[in-house]
Design a protein. Sequence first.
Length: 276
Amino acid sequence: MFFFLSIHLEFTSFTHMNQVIKLYDLAPTATSSRYYSPTAWKTRMGLLHKGVAFETVPINFLDLHGELANRAKDPNITIPAIELPDGTFIYDSFHIAEWLESSYPNAPSLFTGDGQLSCSARPELVTMGKNYARLIDLGLGASKPEWAVWYDLFFPQLDQQIFGEEHRAYFTSDARLGPNGYQKMLALDRVELVRRAKMNVQPLIQILRERPGQYFQGTHPGQVDYIIFGRYAYCRVLDPQLAKEIWNDQGNELDQWIQRLSQAYGGHAQKIFDSI
């Protein structure tokens, strides 16, 4: 059974009380705000960027493949998923971003990085911004093996957030992780993983040094920022101290960028971080 946890309900001219979108996100329990899906964080920030009222529905892996799949009538549904007031489901963070861009033209574009409304944004800049975001999405923001350092490094912390006998049986199973996968994950060299993670953020620091006070998308935040922030937020909710070591302590530019996005939209992200 799903439980609705309303984290952000900012009603704008775009939505009304009976038109609130539901954002399905992974969390340890039905009442937890420890949202640990990096991809869902992209969508969370995109909804805030567009001024869309939404409520968060915390689910676990079993809910995703069970009740949510049944509700959406799609066994292949993924997180993030949003449910529109008419019962339509949209999932995949990039598909959701594109839907937000076209559905809310009178809000700032997610892809131009210049603060322009989507309806007045130059098409070629939107296309360039989408390509840039997609490139980052398939790199740092993805969960592909070549970028697995983030998942591998924080696996023990994620493991501590998996509750319930049935849920743990699924999470630790060979069917999910491969033969002896759970034991292999816990036996990985943590020092080497930290080193690799710190190397991964170095290009981010260099980009921000070249554009002081700006964002990855441009002079204003956009989808590229939310992809990268999603990875940071994943680390932050699972292990604040390790996240600080890898992200905040690597340079003032990255730390300031994190603080700006954490405090954006009424401090939405910071409130979640402070609640756990």
